[in-house]
Design a protein around this ligand. Structure first.
Ligand code: SAM
Ligand code: SF4
Length: 315
């Protein structure tokens, strides 16, 4: 369905939990956030009903996210239910990967199409510092399990944080040297936990091109500008929500784990889907699509107006 600015909305990001097994410094406070009660989470049936309603409006692609989606009990069954919704052509997931190793194959069999693994560094000590509770080895085992389970087009998402991981982007980027992997560097957005951080922490993705002068432009894929170095199998992508706002191509809506749809990641507007069924549910989703603003106002100095941190909407 077209929004008010002629953008065709075909992509739904579905947060299935606000819980996470990590506490990334830019995303969550060390002590965690106040969590939803289990009864406040949408049930699998409600989630599938929302996906079906969105599909009736033209949504074809769903991304399951969190918090950490793999901590939601029964996640494999949920993926299967979403994949079976008529009209849904692709079900993807964004995960920190640390719980992925034993789940990759069942998820693939359940119909998961592609996976994005978030990985900010290949240094185990820095990984621990960033995630506070995570083990790099677990995330790498998750990545390997994706290959073994036959997933293709895996993406690795690395958020650049000044003073933390911006000085050594090369080791992460070089994961794309010998594997058909898309390593994407994402600019840190001023929201939630990092809303008040000093400007030096918000590094423009241009920094990647400075550190990897061999990269050559290789087109684009969705919101990512792609680059490739001579001889590399995979690509390096830049996602620049802060320095190159890509709102004009925004084709997505987001639903939180408690059933609130957000027309824009960075606006405070939310529409509750809770308790809605049939035409009322489709109508609320239609209102959300029509409420998408032309653009967000986030930049290096201006924080997101969203009342939620990333862990409560999933990126
Ligand atoms: N837990 C899963 C994961 O880490 O992949 C899914 C949810 S997490 C919120 C989704 C993505 O958002 C991760 O890649 C994370 O690094 C990114 N993220 C979190 N806070 C961010 C921020 N302020 N700016 C940019 N990306 C952020
Ligand atoms: Fe958890 Fe993902 Fe946030 Fe890290 S970025 S704390 S893994 S939700």
């Amino acid at each position: 369905m077209l929004d008010g600015f002629g953008r065709d909305v075909r992509y739904l990001r579905l947060s299935v939990t606000d819980k996470c097994n990590c506490r990334c410094v830019y995303c969550m406070p060390a002590g965690g956030v106040r969590l939803l009660r289990h009864e406040d989470l949408l049930s699998f049936e409600e989630l599938a009903e929302i996906v079906a309603a969105a599909a009736s409006l033209g949504v074809e692609r769903v991304r399951i996210t969190g918090g950490e989606p793999l901590v939601r009990r029964g996640i494999v069954d949920l993926v299967r239910m979403v994949a079976e919704v008529p009209g849904i052509r692709e079900v993807d997931m964004t995960t920190n990967g640390t719980l992925l190793a034993p789940l990759a194959r069942p998820l693939r069999e359940a119909g998961l199409t592609r996976v994005n693994v978030s990985l900010d560094t290949l240094d185990p000590v820095l990984y621990r510092r960033i995630t506070r509770t995570g083990e790099l080895a677990d995330a790498l085992a998750g990545l390997r399990a994706l290959d073994e389970a036959g997933f293709a087009n895996t993406k690795l998402d690395c958020v650049l944080v000044g003073g933390l991981n911006d000085a050594d982007v090369r080791p992460v980027a070089e994961l794309a040297r010998d594997r058909d992997l898309s390593v994407r560097f994402i600019e840190l957005m001023r929201m939630g936990e990092c809303a008040g951080w000093p400007t030096e922490r918000f590094v423009p993705a241009e920094e990647v091109l400075r550190q990897l002068p061999e990269l050559e432009p290789a087109g684009s894929q969705g919101v990512a500008e792609l680059y490739r170095a001579p001889g590399w199998k995979g690509t390096v992508g830049l996602i620049r929500p802060v320095t190159h706002r890509f709102c004009a191509g925004c084709d997505r809506i987001r639903v939180s784990a408690e059933g609130r749809v957000k027309p824009c990641l960075h606006s405070a507007e939310e529409i509750s889907l809770r308790g809605l069924h049939g035409d009322a549910l489709v109508g609320a989703l239609r209102r959300a699509i029509l409420a998408k603003p032309a653009r967000s106002h986030i930049d290096v100095d201006h924080a997101s107006q969203s009342a939620r941190g990333m862990s409560r909407i999933g990126g």
